[in-house]
Design a protein around this ligand. Structure first.
Ligand SMILES: [Zn+2]
Ligand SMILES: [Zn+2]
Length: 343
């Protein structure tokens, strides 16, 4: 009989499964890779689940340039800290954490110094310029992980980390006076944001792809005042319009739907071209703006608020190795709520 050495019994696994983008435009490949070692301020996280975001498609379609290659995508990570780098001060082994899109900001560039770390010149992004969560393990900088409440220590927590967070940042940009808010594109972000907005007494108007009755029903079920095709004029003028669909022609349409002084907030990282429109649509102090990335302040505020509501996410789960199918589901927009990979 083979004698088993003590360290063979206790040794952590040394390899992990991961779905890897080797070349943009091609399907992800399942690989067995060494588990990364956390250095300095990094922690090693055993991943429970990772959300699939439209941004992952923009990266794979080369609509976002210069990703790390090869790349493990994924920036909506829920997991448990299992190992600490030598300079980790706050997190402990066993902590439940969420890892978002903003993986690192420098703290000293002009943007970081004026509380706009979302615009940091030296930022690193999870699942884009550093490896992300389509894997069994990942490393992350402790200062950019969020401690999660235990109710989100499962796949339902994953969509909060981008869909929820970016949705929330977009919502705050609409301003505290916005009462009637239009959400254009009723997917992962909108289904979370509607819960937060209703909790704060807002009215939600949900716009979907033309004829997408299922999404309109889903929005009504979640409490939308009005739901309809994105080409239709809503039942009341809006104080704010938040566009999640990557469709530039929605910008002039949303401006048409706005009341005086209202704003259009574009929540996506990529959008098709915005057609020209008459100045009349912008007149009377209407605004158009984008939202880029997130700050840690957004994350802390949003996660506390989500737990208080409490936000419940609707998820469609895929096993890790079915990441390509999961991405196709996001592309088709045929699932309600969010798509999440489980490890
Ligand atoms: Zn995202
Ligand atoms: Zn910076």
């Amino acid at each position: 009989m083979k004698k088993i050495k003590n360290n063979e019994l206790t040794a952590a696994p040394s390899t992990m499964r991961a779905m890897v983008m080797e070349v943009p435009g091609q399907p992800l490949k399942e690989k067995k890779l060494p588990i990364p070692a956390p250095t300095g301020k990094q922690v090693l996280v055993k991943i429970i689940a990772c959300g699939v975001c439209r941004t992952d498609l923009h990266i794979m379609d080369s609509e976002l340039n210069q990703p790390k290659l090869p790349l493990i995508p994924g920036h909506e990570i829920v997991g448990t800290v299992v190992q600490l780098g030598s300079n980790v001060e706050k997190l402990k082994v066993g902590d439940l954490v969420g890892i978002p899109w903003l993986g690192f900001a420098c703290g000293y560039c002009k943007y970081c110094r004026r509380e706009q770390e979302n615009l940091c010149e030296n930022a690193l992004f999870t699942g884009y310029t550093m490896d992300g969560g389509y894997a069994e393990y990942t490393v992350a900088f402790e200062d950019f992980c969020f401690i999660l409440p235990s109710i989100y220590g499962n796949p339902s927590g994953a969509p909060l980390l981008c869909a929820g967070l970016i949705g929330y940042r977009s919502y705050t940009m609409a301003g505290p006076n916005a009462e009637k808010i239009g959400l254009y594109g009723f997917g992962a972000a909108a289904h979370i944001l509607i819960q937060v907005a209703l909790h704060q007494g807002k009215e939600i108007y949900a716009f979907t792809r033309d004829g997408d009755i299922d999404s309109q029903k889903f929005a009504k079920k979640l409490g939308a005042t009005w739901a309809g095709d994105s080409t239709i004029t809503p039942s009341a003028p809006l104080d704010a319009a938040i566009i999640f669909a990557p469709v530039g022609s929605l910008v002039p349409k949303a401006l048409k739907d706005l009341d005086k002084g209202g704003s259009v907030v574009c929540g996506g990282i990529h959008m098709s071209d915005i057609p020209s429109f008459p100045y009349q649509l912008l007149w009377e102090e209407r605004m158009v703006r984008s939202v880029a990335n997130l700050t840690r302040k957004d994350g802390l505020e949003f996660i506390a608020l989500a737990a208080q509501v409490p936000v419940k996410t609707e998820t469609t789960l895929f096993p890790l190795e079915k990441a390509n199918e999961a991405l196709a589901a996001v592309r088709d927009g045929q699932v309600q709520g969010a798509v999440v990979l489980v490890m």
